[in-house]
Design a protein around this ligand. Structure first.
Ligand SMILES: [Zn+2]
Length: 282
């Protein structure tokens, strides 16, 4: 208390005799009808508005993606086309919305305590057709190496620039698992995580939680629901394998266990979820 009084008294002395805080010459920004001193006094209580990076596929081709995302009711900060262009030897991402503006890519969404991620995220849309349901089953369309190369560079820059944590680099299906499947099981989350982009569990910790069970052994739905909620997913603690639970488990598997995305509550799924909780939530 004494300290703050001293500080106030000091400021009072500083102010006496002048019309206000005297800006330091050269530290003011001219904004037309007024100027702002953007440098002399800075608050320590602040953080980035951008906390999440959300990955998507567009499910349509280049032309249609561009049309929908520039002239339609949805948008994203960046679009990675099917074959990214090149300029001066570097791949080019299309920026459709400035980073400091809100793009409409997430819709009704939730991650780790926060709703409506459009307010706090950057969205990257990737041109990829998603999946086709065929007689032999669902076929997912692969991403092109050039797309992944560009995403790696773009994501690394955004993560660094805004201090986005690994667990906050998510897929649309992670934040809206009941209605979205993008970027799908062929998105190379593990490869990207190995290069510092996004979260991945430590294999030893997964083994620890597997505790000798076969990966496909049936696990407790309640424990999986609990672990997924703790990690960040919006999932009701019903204790039963209802349709919503199966969809959330499928979304989780598409991200962290893409070889098997049946939505079955198996031991490996539980172990991966617990390993992620241990690594990022404790
Ligand atoms: Zn999406």
């Amino acid at each position: 208390m004494k300290k703050s009084l001293t500080v106030s008294a000091g400021l009072g002395l500083l102010l006496s005799g002048c019309a206000g805080f005297e800006p330091h010459a050269g530290w003011v920004e001219d904004r037309g009808q007024y100027k702002a001193d953007t440098t002399s006094y800075r608050a320590i209580s602040q953080n980035e508005r951008i906390r999440y990076l959300v990955l998507h596929y567009t499910a349509v081709d280049d032309e249609e993606s561009l049309r929908l995302l520039t002239a339609g009711g949805a948008s994203a900060h960046y679009l990675v086309t099917s074959i990214p262009g090149s300029h001066g030897g570097k791949p080019v991402a299309l920026q459709l919305v400035d980073d400091d503006k809100r793009a409409w890519h997430a819709g009704v969404s939730y991650w780790n305590g926060r709703h409506n991620l459009n307010d706090t995220s950057l969205g990257i849309e990737i041109v990829n057709l998603g999946y086709t349901d065929e007689a032999s089953g669902r076929r997912w369309h692969p991403y092109q190496p050039a797309q992944i190369e560009l995403i790696e560079r773009l994501a690394a820059d955004l993560i660094k620039r805004y201090g986005i944590t690994p667990d906050n680099v998510v897929g649309h299906s992670d934040i809206a698992p009941l209605r979205k499947s993008d970027p799908g099981p062929l998105f190379p989350w593990q490869t990207l995580a190995a290069r510092g982009i996004g979260a991945w569990p430590d294999p030893d910790t997964v083994e620890k939680y597997l505790a000798g069970r076969p990966p496909t052994a049936r696990a407790s739905v309640a424990r999986i629901q609990q672990a997924l909620a703790k990690y960040g997913y919006r999932i009701e603690q019903t204790g039963t394998l209802d349709e919503a639970t199966r969809l959330v488990i499928t979304a989780f598997q598409m991200h962290f266990r893409p070889a098997d995305i049946t939505g079955e509550p198996d031991a490996q799924t539980e172990a991966i979820a617990l390993a992620l909780v241990e690594k990022y939530r404790s």
